[in-house]
Design a protein around this ligand. Structure first.
Ligand SMILES: [Zn+2]
Length: 433
């Protein structure tokens, strides 16, 4: 219902004419393959998994449809006993029940005997598992190919054209998503206007030469309806988040709980809970507070009421949209506070309703749900945004970081999109939020 409403009122927006520059700054990060020791005096050709390829016949394969681990190993003339040993070993390093057609593996046959002496399983492009039959004992270990980060700048103008086909490939929708997350408290991403523009400095992750994913956004500017917003990533001491040029948090905190005073939690967030009325297991996408009937319920943040009505299961319910990312819902209410109706603006801490036991409820309590990007999340389990500013003691550090990020952001000028900029084309879509 709420989703439909959003889809109804908003016009899709598309961010176009993006451009990117790969920058010189490139660093090796994350774990290195933990493969065999490399003897530095010996010149050996090793493949991407660290295996010396000269001594083997190397072949690449893909899992075919209906092909089990057993069938694969049988194909390579392993005995049932060897297959059993392999399966036992594999269970500790690989989700063998989750082998899917199309996943890759590489075999290394010994040049003399033709028997397989190594096998590298690749559940995805980043991770791999090595099986090594060394002197009849089977060793298995997990490793990851090194991830390289490069800084890139993307910039663009917002066009109000209707939905465009989202480029499914590449990770660029992820960049749009990350920016929307950062600016969620300042900018209504459903209300972007033609002429709004942005520039963002971010990390691109590569495996070898191949693009893997969008990493962190390091700095961004967004011009929206004549206002200019800036955010800089800063991580030092207890501080980790995005801050304005003055060192203020770009995020606002939500209240931990929708009450003025502590209330007892009678049922926590759970993906699998026994339901006392339905008498079966089902997820509980919220937190139940056992509060007396009539206890005032507070909005956990500033926002707009998107629903104040009655639902069969939820009873009297209020839903509030806080920004493009966060939404909350309050259920089983006995009634609404004055002025609480769809479209009403509310402030953090404002009384919106009163605890009751309407709908599917066994007694007075509040069911409180927090949604992030339309998915229910555990309000007590996730890292909620913090509204803390950079303290004086870290201000000098922050300014250094900010100035350097500004320089990097400014150094690069936008260029027209070309075919090589493919994965920087940001096309974003309402339903992503
Ligand atoms: Zn509940």
């Amino acid at each position: 219902m709420f989703r439909t409403l959003l889809l109804g009122i908003a016009i899709g927006f598309v961010i176009i004419s993006c451009s990117s520059h790969k920058k010189e700054d490139s660093s090796q990060v994350q774990k290195k393959p933990t493969g065999p020791e490399v003897d530095s005096t010996e010149i050996v050709d090793r493949d991407m998994f660290g295996v010396p390829v000269d001594s083997f016949e190397v072949a690449d394969h893909q899992i075919k449809r209906n092909e089990s681990l057993y069938l694969i190993l049988d194909k390579f003339d392993f005995t049932p006993r060897e297959i059993h040993a392999f399966t036992q070993k594999a269970q500790s390093v690989l989700d063998i029940d989750n082998l899917r057609p199309g996943q890759r593996y590489r075999t290394y046959a010994s040049a003399d005997s033709g028997g397989i002496s190594r096998l590298v399983w690749q559940p995805n492009k980043l991770e791999y598992v090595v099986f090594d039959w060394n002197q009849d004992s089977l060793k298995a270990y997990r490793a990851a190919r090194p991830l390289t980060k490069k800084q890139a700048v993307a910039s663009g103008e917002v066009s109000s054209s209707l939905y465009q086909t989202i480029s499914e490939e590449g990770a660029s929708p992820l960049l749009a998503y990350k920016m929307a997350d950062i600016f969620a408290w300042q900018i209504n991403f459903f209300g972007l206007r033609e002429g709004d523009s942005f520039k963002v400095l971010y990390e691109k992750q590569f495996i070898g030469d191949e693009f893997w994913s969008v990493g962190d956004v390091l700095a961004a500017t967004f011009n929206h309806r004549g206002d200019s917003f800036r955010a800089y990533k800063f991580n030092k001491g207890d501080m980790n988040g995005y801050f304005t040029a003055e060192g203020k948090s770009v995020e606002k905190a939500l209240l931990k709980a929708p009450f003025k005073f502590n209330q007892r939690i009678s049922s926590p967030f759970s993906r699998n809970r026994y339901h006392p009325i339905l008498k079966k297991r089902r997820p509980h996408y919220g937190i139940d507070y056992a509060a007396p009937r009539g206890t005032p319920v507070l909005s956990v943040g500033d926002g707009v009421v998107t629903k104040a009505g009655y639902d069969k299961g939820s009873g009297y319910i209020v839903k509030i949209q806080h920004n493009g990312v966060y939404q909350t819902a309050y259920m089983h209410l006995s009634g609404f506070a004055d002025g609480i109706r769809r479209g009403a603006e509310v402030e953090q801490g404002q009384v919106i309703a009163y605890v009751g036991s309407t709908g599917m409820s066994t007694g007075p309590h509040l069911h409180y749900s927090l949604y992030k990007n339309n998915r229910p999340v555990n309000a007590l389990g996730i890292d909620l945004p913090s509204s803390e500013s950079v303290p004086d003691s870290l201000m000098d550090d922050f300014k250094k970081v900010r100035n350097s990020l500004d320089q990097q952001l400014q150094k690069t000028q936008p260029v027209p999109v070309d075919s090589t900029g493919q994965d920087d084309k940001i096309v974003t879509h309402l339903s992503d939020y």
